[in-house]
Design a protein around this ligand. Structure first.
Ligand code: UDP
Ligand code: MG
Length: 318
């Protein structure tokens, strides 16, 4: 008997993409089931992340079909992609042997799922989908994403290059994921910390099937910052290093100035004023960075729930 696969799809204002992508996902899962690769108990979990459009009504309609392969999870409000994904995975892990997370816009090639499942049967607990090319992304997105991966690695976070959140996880890997208690979520950084046998599957990234990106630059920058500060204390060390360097430089400059003043008539005031301003700026940066970490500690100590599930479909299953 084949194992149960759950596809977990976070959806935020996806009324345009969902009708297209849901059909494609059903077709994919249907083929996997009829080929005997996964169990007929496999399902597609659509998580509505507090959408303001008709996304939930669509999900209800999909779940209401005869012999529907869909399940729905409705969050009480918009909590962001990572939290919505966690809500879906939490639901899935109670029913599945393996779960694949993917976006509602099907930018990630769903034919790669066959490869994921194959690796799972070979004994891998985590299979990362890795983009072999970013040809369909805008030059801006490519550039910023490239810089992000480089920055993350330089900052000491252990992340898989060119991997977003398209991956398969076995139930035991999922259970381990939920042992991580942090509220500030950056899954790409957490998943490699889990361990277990892993593999990579390469695929081409497509255009969105419909609708616009729900990740504008502002959200992307916040996400990158979240990633760095969640996994590395290197920024604090860098500020410390920069502070020491600047203090040393200022001390040396003052010494030179003192010596020059013996022979020349320069007003030392200018230099002093500049040094003070410079030091003030550096101080503010340092306080800001430290404050960021303190803010994180504050949020973590609250132990707020990551998400609140409002309802699930079908109703007799939770
Ligand atoms: N998404 C979500 N909550 C949000 C923003 C996005 O659940 O607050 C979902 C969205 O519906 C999609 C996935 O996260 O399924 C990725 O978003 P998108 O495709 O807009 O991001 P991009 O590919 O442009 O980075
Ligand atoms: Mg997308």
């Amino acid at each position: 008997m084949a194992d149960i696969l759950y596809l977990v799809v976070p959806c935020y204002n996806e009324e345009e993409a969902l009708p297209i992508s849901a059909e494609k996902l059903i077709e994919k899962l249907g083929t996997l089931i009829s080929d005997g690769k996964v169990s007929p108990d496999s399902r597609i979990v659509l998580v509505d992340d507090g959408s303001r459009d008709k996304t939930w009504q669509l999900i209800e309609a999909f779940c209401g079909r005869e012999n529907s392969l869909f399940c729905g999870v409705k969050l009480s409000r918009n909590r962001g992609h990572q939290n919505a994904l966690m809500a879906g995975l939490d639901y899935a892990r109670k029913h599945c042997d393996m779960a694949v997370s993917l976006d509602a816009d099907l930018q990630d090639d769903i034919d790669a799922i066959d490869g994921f499942v194959e690796k799972y049967y070979e004994g891998c607990d985590i299979v990362y989908g890795v983009r072999s090319s970013r040809a369909t992304d805008t030059a801006f997105k490519r550039g910023t994403a490239g810089a992000f991966y480089k920055l993350m690695t330089a900052m000491g976070a252990d992340i898989v290059d060119n991997h977003a959140d398209y991956r398969l996880m076995s139930r035991r890997a999922l259970d381990s994921l939920f042992d991580f208690g942090e509220v500030n979520l950056f899954l790409r950084g957490i998943v490699p910390q889990i361990g277990y046998p892993t593999a990579k599957v390469y695929y081409e990234r497509h255009e969105r099937v419909a609708g616009d990106s729900k990740y504008p630059l502002k959200k992307m920058l916040a996400f990158a910052f979240e990633g760095i500060t969640s996994f590395s204390v290197r920024p604090i060390k860098m500020v410390w290093g920069a502070g020491a360097f600047i203090a040393g430089l200022a001390a040396a400059a003052m010494l030179v100035l003192a010596i020059l003043l013996i022979w020349l008539e320069i007003s030392g005031l200018w230099f002093v004023a500049l040094t003070v301003l410079f030091a003030l700026g550096i101080n503010l940066v340092a306080i800001g960075v430290v404050g960021e970490y303190i803010g994180k500690i504050y949020m973590e100590t609250k132990h707020r729930p990551r998400f609140i599930v409002e309802k699930t479909l079908p109703q007799n299953k939770n």
